[in-house]
Design a protein around this ligand. Structure first.
Ligand SMILES: [Ca+2]
Ligand SMILES: [Ca+2]
Ligand SMILES: [Ca+2]
Length: 550
């Protein structure tokens, strides 16, 4: 299915400033572009460096889809223990005027560092500026070299700036962490996936340093948040906040299958294998250690702990997390001022199931969790679905997490309303246990689009209602019968256009649902479409058909 032609960016947004009119500029970069061009949609540039040299605070740079393959960095390896930077972003935006480096809507630019042969460490993205917003980019392959065992990790995305947003980034297959915040305040890591990272040539041991997300900021660097992220199949940990001197918040994020060779269940000896490693200073006591925040997260199938205090000297907040089949699900091993092992953590409304439930919780501040409430038992009947597969399903159009029934509470579960109010939103009489509030049924949808022939009609204008109407028809060309709910989703619908007859929305895109439909091989289903389009723009969208079992 090809997206219809879109007339985007026809109107420049102008803002009034004290000095007069100043227009935010929009530039374009493409794999087939040239830095001698104008940076327009018709004559895009080729490089990040060229775009950065032109972009001013408030400007947007769109990267067209395709592969941007790097064969070397901005500098040479001065020694085998040097670091080569490839994409350095050292030009800052301003408050309210970030510099935006975004994927062009509906396209996927891929930044590939795997062909580099520089014989030292590599930072694929080296973000040292502030007020920068990266969105929709895929980043892969920051390498180590087989003949060089003098270093630890390379990095996919490395940050030392502040007030940056990393949104909807897919960072994977690096020989080191996918996303690494070394310094800085108020950075937001939103809806980022980091997976299949493995550092085979680290001097500290193969696999020892490839975390999905590392946040290792110093003191007085507050406000760093990870939200809506996923980490899986990384050889070390999913999320690692060791040596972080300021509070880190991780929420609504998932972690699974850490500590193994990526894509396998074979343990890698040096890989720690925790889902969420929330703090610690290498086992040492440190005064004024931050109380990190981990809430509404899910960890499962990790080799070691799902949620781990990692010898942290202070009690971090663990609220409404779900741990399943980890070893253990929650481990609150801390350290006190004398260097003795103690239990550290403030745990409320957490859910532990399968694997080893808890370690080192006696003495921590623990209440209203599944394992310490009388008259509560966790069984498969408590959940709408118990699958631990499919959590890497495609994200929704706005980058948010896929909606899955897995590990969501079922109606009638005794885990509903068994939590305690911790000042966070909830429904019903009280918070539930675990990461997902409420028991509203969630349908598991599969993408039925690839097996469909799609026919779109023309649109006709109703002069009375000023709405435009047409149809879209899907003919099942597979040998599979789709029985159940059929859902049409219109991704990347043109700005200013609305689907007037929508039945809902998913990830910011309008949906039209037909219940109890049977679509056998050779059969056709037709959806009516009614648009409102007050600005009379060209209507473009990407139609997606999903089939679900209610
Ligand atoms: Ca780690
Ligand atoms: Ca139960
Ligand atoms: Ca509730």
């Amino acid at each position: 299915m090809r997206k219809q032609h879109l007339a985007r960016g026809a109107f420049a947004l102008a803002t009034l400033s004290g000095a007069g009119w100043a227009a935010a500029a929009t530039y374009y970069v493409a794999p087939t572009g040239s830095d001698t061009g104008a940076g327009t949609q018709a004559a895009p540039w080729a490089t990040f460096a060229k775009a950065q040299s032109a972009a001013l605070p408030g400007d947007t740079v769109y990267f067209r889809g395709g592969a941007y393959v790097f064969h070397g960095g901005l500098n040479q390896c001065a020694s085998m223990t040097d670091t080569v930077n490839v994409v350095t972003l050292n030009k800052s935006g301003q408050s309210g005027k970030t510099i935006r480096y975004w994927a062009y809507p509906g396209e996927k630019p891929v930044f590939d560092f795997s062909q580099m042969t520089d014989n030292c460490r590599v930072k694929g993205f080296n973000v040292t500026g502030s007020w920068i917003h990266l969105k929709g980019l895929e980043v892969t392959g920051a390498p180590q070299q087989p003949g060089n065992l003098l270093n630890n990790e390379s990095w996919g995305v490395w940050n030392s700036g502040s007030n940056n947003t990393f949104e909807a980034i897919d960072t994977h297959h690096h020989m080191g962490p996918g996303m690494f915040i070394a310094k800085g305040s108020n950075n937001l890591v939103l809806n980022v996936d980091s997976h299949h990272n493995y550092d085979p040539y680290s001097k500290s041991g193969a696999g020892q340093n490839a975390d999905g997300f590392g946040v290792h900021i110093g003191a007085n660097q507050p406000g760093n948040v990870l939200r809506g992220c996923r980490a899986w199949a990384n050889t070390d940990d999913g999320y690692d906040f060791i040596n972080a001197g300021s509070v880190v918040t991780v929420e609504n994020s998932w972690a699974w299958r850490h500590g193994y060779y990526p894509g396998t269940t074979t343990s890698i000896p040096a890989g720690n294998g925790n889902g969420f490693k929330v703090g610690g200073f290498g086992g040492a006591y440190q005064a004024n250690a931050p109380q990190h925040i981990a809430r509404f997260n899910v960890a499962f199938n990790n080799k070691a702990s799902g949620f781990y205090a990692n010898h942290h000297p202070a009690a971090s907040y663990f609220y409404n997390n779900t741990g399943v089949n980890n070893r253990p699900d929650f481990n609150m091993l801390g350290v006190d001022a004398s260097g003795a092992a103690v239990a550290q953590g403030i745990l409320r409304n957490n859910l532990a199931w399968q694997g080893t439930l808890v370690s080192n919780v006696a003495g921590a501040d623990v209440a209203n969790n599944s394992w310490n409430l009388a008259n509560v038992s966790v069984t498969s009947a408590d959940f709408q679905g118990t699958s631990l597969d499919g959590w890497d399903a495609p994200r929704l159009p706005d980058g948010s997490l896929p909606q899955l029934p897995h590990l969501r509470l079922a109606a009638g579960s005794d885990l509903l309303d068994k939590g305690v109010n911790v000042g966070l939103p909830y429904s019903g009489a009280a918070p539930d246990l675990g990461a997902f509030e409420g028991s509203a049924p969630v349908t598991l949808f599969a993408d039925a689009g690839p097996s469909m022939k799609v026919v779109q009609s023309g649109l006709t204008l109703n002069r009375t209602t000023q709405q435009m109407s047409g149809t879209i028809a899907f003919t099942n060309q597979s040998t599979t019968t789709y029985d159940g709910v059929l859902m049409l989703r219109l991704d990347a619908l043109s700005d200013g256009v609305a689907l007037a007859n929508r039945s809902g929305s998913q990830g910011g895109a309008p949906t039209l649902t037909l219940s109890s439909t049977r679509l056998a091989p050779g059969q056709t289903v037709t959806f009516p479409l009614v648009f409102t389009n007050p600005s009379r723009v060209a209507i473009g969208y990407t139609p997606r058909l999903f089939a679900g079992q209610p």
